[in-house]
Design a protein around this ligand. Sequence first.
Ligand code: PEP
Length: 250
Amino acid sequence: MRKPIIAGNWKMNGSRSSIKELLDGVKAGMGDVKSAEVAVCAPAIYLADVSEQLSGSDVAWGGQNLSTEASGAFTGEISADMLLDFNSKFVIVGHSERRTLYGETDELVAEKFEVARKAGLTPILCIGESLEERESGVTNDVCGRQINAVIERSGVEALADGVIAYEPIWAIGTGKTATPEMAQETHASIRKMIAEKDAAVADKVRIQYGGSMNAGNAAELLAMEDIDGGLIGGASLKAEDFLAICKAAG
Ligand code: PEP
C-alpha cells in the first residue's frame, strides 16, 4: 500500500503573518488527517519561519526549487544543503512554471532530481503535458520523455526515492481539472512505463495528481487506484481547503 501524500506548493505567495495564520490553521486540523503524509513547499525565504512553526508537528516542509551546485558564485540560487539546514524533507523539481518560464530542460530537471536525492531530500518530480500536447495525443510520450531523463541519469531505482507529480499544464491554476478517469488513465500509463523497467519501483513510487485539485474534487480524484495524493497550488493557501484535501486522502 502506498501512503498518500498531499503537498502544498505555495509558489511565490504569502507573508510572514499570512504563513503563521495558515500554519496555525493547518496544525489545528491535523488531528483529523488519519493516514496521509502532509507537507508544504514554501518560498525559501520563509523556510526558517516554517521550520520553527512546524517542528514537532505532523506536517513536513520543503523548497520549490534547488540549484544543481553545492555552493559558490551562483547569485540568487539555493543549494540542497541550505534546504537541509532548515530540516526540509522535500523539494519540488521541474514544476511546469520552472520549465516554461525559466527554461528548465528535462536534463536540468533530472540533474536537480539527482542532486536532491543524493543530498537526502525527497524530490517531487513534476511532469505533464500542455493543452496542445494533450490535444495532439502525445501525453504519454511527453510524460515518458520527462521521466526517462531521470531514469537515464540516475537509474530507474532512483525514482523510488522521490515522488512523481503528474500535473497537466492546462489544469494548473486554471480551475480546469482532469476528470478522475482522465487522470487515472495517465497515472496508470506512467506506472506501466516504469513497470516495464522495474515492477517493484513502479509499485512503490507515489504519483500525485496536480492541477486545480480542491476541497470539492479531491475525494473523487484521490479514490482512483493510481493516484497517490496531490500537489496543491491555490487550495494550499487556505487552511480549511488544504485540510479538506488532506482528510480526503485519508
Ligand atoms: C501546482 O502549482 O503545482 C498546482 C497544481 O497549482 P493549482 O493547484 O493552483 O492548479
